[in-house]
Ligand binder design. Structure first.
Ligand code: LLP
Length: 463
């Protein structure tokens, strides 16, 4: 695969660590070798693997799935998702814990159903997400409700459904939540989301634990907020939480944040306010290219070590992983429509676009692109772009590919923040989704039809 030469500078703390970051060691991109003489490892391995020329997920030919269900098409391995859950759960086995899938990463009902049946809870950020959890058979008593802008209506709905806990992000929210709870004759369990002011070392758009981010209650205001929460009539203090960012590839920022949380727990409890659980958020990174983030088992082990060393081993632990449960479990399949070689650039025009997968356009994120059926012949260097009328509509730039029109390409690591961020821009219907269940393809979301795009529109005079 060719080295990228179009790096988009990223200012701030994310520099260098984000997949598309400029400090990525030159020449390493896309090489993914496990070591001298060892085979390449694809992001998504071992579930995703080449058998001869054919790219397979859970043993199913991706080319055949694209022909059967059409493109653009998302395909997920259920086995990869369940194994990702197991990695967290095994490491947490001897502790009281709850794994809350951050469903914004992939809110398809069948994905939620998969996690609910595996015993997971959910991290939600809207009433819409709560409805999806309930529709998928999830249990509200295993739901934590995050987000800086919960409305009264959303709070009411969540209270009546019986969510486990509200992760509260401001003093104002505490007051409103108490009022809503009193009006409904309920008590809201609350955890305060603390902004620990630590640098997660990730892209600025998805770094959330720094002072200048909108998220969480500032560390130096936290004690006062706990006093207030304890005094308000509709609230019961249950826990403490943080979430410092996403696609984090090191353990150290988690340990720094944890230390800041534990300092607060000690201060709050010395005032007689009991903190039952500690929620360390989500954020664990995955492999898009050559990153080597710690596994969930290592992250958990190091956190438990620190928690035990500081004498907090008795507390229940909550995690809110999104990307690390689903990211490497999915691919986006897209068909090559046209090849347009040019003087300055070669364009490979495919039928998926920024409306299907916005991460490259939005964050300059690098995601691997592989042919589903490898062809013999020399590769040329292509910018893989979609049909949307924007120059920012690209999926990958400067990729070495041997392709012809009609070939199917797979964008890898597309199980998280991919379909969940899809839109109808350019009046394009959203893609279909297939889940491989025990190696058998199941259509879990139908391709949107053109008439679906207009169901909420009203012509003037007919409303
Ligand atoms: N908890 C909270 C409160 C969050 O805001 C998030 C993600 C998570 C948990 C899950 O984080 P994860 O384990 O997935 O890193 N669209 C971006 C990522 C945005 C993350 C938003 N918050 C992307 O495509 O990279």
């Amino acid at each position: 695969m060719a080295r990228k030469d179009h790096l988009v500078p990223v200012a701030g703390p994310g520099r260098g660590l984000w997949p598309e970051g400029p400090a990525h060691p030159a020449g390493r991109r896309g090489q993914r070798s496990l070591g001298p003489g060892l085979p390449m490892s694809l992001p998504g391995a071992p579930y995703l693997a080449r058998q001869g020329a054919e790219l397979r997920l859970d043993g199913c030919s991706l080319d055949a799935l694209a022909r059967k269900f059409g493109t653009p098409l998302y395909v997920y391995s259920q086995r990869a998702m369940l194994d990702a859950v197991a990695a967290y759960r095994e490491a947490l086995a001897d502790r009281p814990h709850l794994l809350c899938f951050a469903m914004k990463a992939n809110p398809s009902l069948a994905v939620l159903q998969t996690f609910a049946q595996a015993g997971c809870g959910f991290d939600i950020v809207s009433a819409g997400e709560l409805e999806r959890v309930l529709a998928a058979g999830g249990d509200a008593s295993r739901v934590v409700f995050s987000g800086v802008g919960k409305t009264r209506a959303e709070m009411r709905r969540a209270l009546l459904a019986g969510v486990r806990c509200f992760n509260v992000e401001s003093q104002g929210e505490l007051d409103v939540l108490s009022q809503v709870a009193v009006a409904e004759g309920r008590t809201a369990q609350v955890s305060l989301r603390i902004n620990p002011d630590v640098d997660a070392g990730t892209h600025p758009y998805i770094s959330t634990g720094l002072k200048d981010n909108k998220f969480g209650i500032a560390h130096d205001q936290a004690l006062g907020s706990y006093r207030r929460a304890a005094a308000l009539p509709g609230l019961q203090v249950a826990g403490i939480d943080c979430h410092i960012g996403s696609q984090i590839t090191q353990v150290e920022p988690y340990l720094d944040a944890l230390d800041r949380l534990l300092d607060l727990v000690e201060a709050v409890e010395s005032e007689g306010i009991t903190i039952h659980h500690i929620d360390v958020g989500g954020g664990l990174g995955i492999q898009y290219d050559t990153e080597a983030p710690p596994g969930a088992d290592e992250l958990v082990r190091r956190l438990l070590q620190r928690i035990d060393a500081r004498g907090h081993g008795h507390r229940e632990l909550l995690f809110e992983p999104g990307r690390s449960l689903v990211g490497n479990a999915g691919v986006l399949l897209t068909e090559v429509l046209y090849l347009k070689p040019g003087e300055a650039k070669n364009f490979c025009i495919v039928d998926a676009a920024m409306n299907d997968l916005v991460r490259p356009a939005m964050y300059q994120a690098w995601m691997a692109i592989e042919p589903c059926q490898q062809r013999a012949g020399t590769a040329a260097t292509w910018d893989v772009v979609g049909p949307v009328c924007e120059s920012g509509d690209w999926l990958g730039r400067g990729r070495a590919l041997a392709v012809q029109p009609g070939d199917v390409l797979a964008v890898l690591s597309a199980g998280a923040y991919a379909m969940s961020m899809a839109s109808n821009y350019n009046s394009r219907p959203r893609a279909a989704e297939v889940m491989l269940v025990d190696g058998r393809p199941v259509l879990i979301r139908e391709r949107e039809r053109l008439q679906d795009l207009m169901t909420s529109d009203r012509l003037i005079g007919t409303a």
